[in-house]
Write a protein that binds this ligand. Structure first.
Ligand code: FES
Length: 136
């Protein structure tokens, strides 16, 4: 069972959830501890693959989801920004259409152990060298 059902719930020990808790394709948002306080990430499942990104649109820095845990377009083919409808490729976060074409979502490293999905301690580094960690 996923340790938290709410989008803004805090994770512990880096465990995010099990692969089978995500629809295929499907998404789920999480809150993790960032260097300046909580930060939001989301997972995207495509088959047996998992992608993770910071929930921040490169256009304005605002969140992408249009409903809690909903990051995909209605056809579940791309990640969709709810604010100005930018569309991002699931596999690499590149913006394919909208006001930030060619820009990219910030990828977050996640680790699969069996069918469990974990956020490693140093999931990604911000441009200034700070890092995101799982909340204790
Ligand atoms: S904030 Fe995402 S497209 Fe404008």
């Amino acid at each position: 069972m996923c340790p938290a059902r709410n989008r803004y719930a805090v994770m512990s020990e880096g465990l995010l959830c099990q692969l089978d808790e995500l629809e295929d394709p499907g998404t789920r948002g999480f809150q993790v501890q960032g260097p300046r306080g909580p930060a939001e990430i989301f997972l995207v499942r495509q088959g047996e693959r998992i992608y993770a990104y910071l929930n921040s649109c490169p256009h304005t820095g605002g969140p992408l989801d249009w409903l809690p845990h909903q990051f995909l377009d209605l056809d579940r083919q791309t990640i969709q920004c709810a604010t100005h409808d930018a569309r991002f490729r699931i596999g690499d976060g590149i913006c394919l259409s909208g006001p930030c074409v060619g820009q990219q979502l910030t990828a977050v490293e996640v680790v699969m152990r069996g069918r469990m999905i974990y956020l490693p301690e140093q999931a990604y580094r911000l441009p200034d060298g700070d890092r995101i960690t799982g909340v204790e």
